[in-house]
Design a binder for this molecule. Sequence first.
Ligand code: FE2
Ligand code: FE2
Length: 296
Amino acid sequence: MRFIVLGDMHYNVPTGPGLKTSRDIFFGGLFEQIAARTPDLVFAIGDTTDTGIIAELNSQTALAQRFGINLVRLMGNHDSDTLEKSEIAPFFLGDHQPVNEDAVYACFDSDATRFIMLDTTRSRSPDNWSGVVPDSELAWLADRIEEYNRTTSLRHLVVMGHHPLTNTTDRSDIEWLNIDNSEEVRAIFNKLTRTPGLYINGHNHTNSLAGPDAYGWHYAQMGAPLACRSYGMFDIDENGIRFETVDIDLGDPEFNKAYVTTRISMGDVFNYYPFEVMYGGSNDHRMEIPASKPVS
Ligand SMILES: [Fe+2]
Ligand SMILES: [Fe+2]
């Protein structure tokens, strides 16, 4: 199977002249290029929108669906900035129901792969954009991993969340660019006996890969498409998971112009670092994760 993961899109409802047209051309073209890769699933790893208002979510849903893509969104700190999570929950997790009303997380199995979609965000907290995983979610995560350990038919474990664990991928050592209680999450990750495991995150906007760590976990950070001109593609077969960064084809002049206009409209903070820094180095674009050990 193939799945694609989009980093922080920060899709917004622009007010400046021509910006809506540019946004639609850029994101529409991006969705079209992704659809051409014929993925089975397309995830958006949070900060899917810029402010999480219904107008952004509706507009993005319609644009993606125009190209045959049903986005499976995870919650990002920007998505949960404005409204209560319960108000926007219907736009998240695809067809999967959140485990409870307070946090938007879920788990599902597809063939031999278990996907765990975490919610690492605070609610309506624009002044603190760090991540956190509450105790109830940690307990649920531990149960899902223990279950994985003993389920013979499952061979690949993919956990996703918006924020990185501290001291894994690029910039995850910086305050608020990680999950505050990363050590508690790591303690749960370490319950995985059938290694390896894969954790995918966004938030820091740069492409970055790390691991495997001492406990058999690999880490893949998806760069923001507008900053890195790329998205992540994962192919799974019986041997394991193959990851590669796919560069967005900006060869069409009109599409490239819409890309540049949309990127610049995001402002100075979003565009603070040059492309070369955001895109990552030669070790940040390819990774192979073997299948998990069989149940013994
Ligand atoms: Fe972001
Ligand atoms: Fe974020």
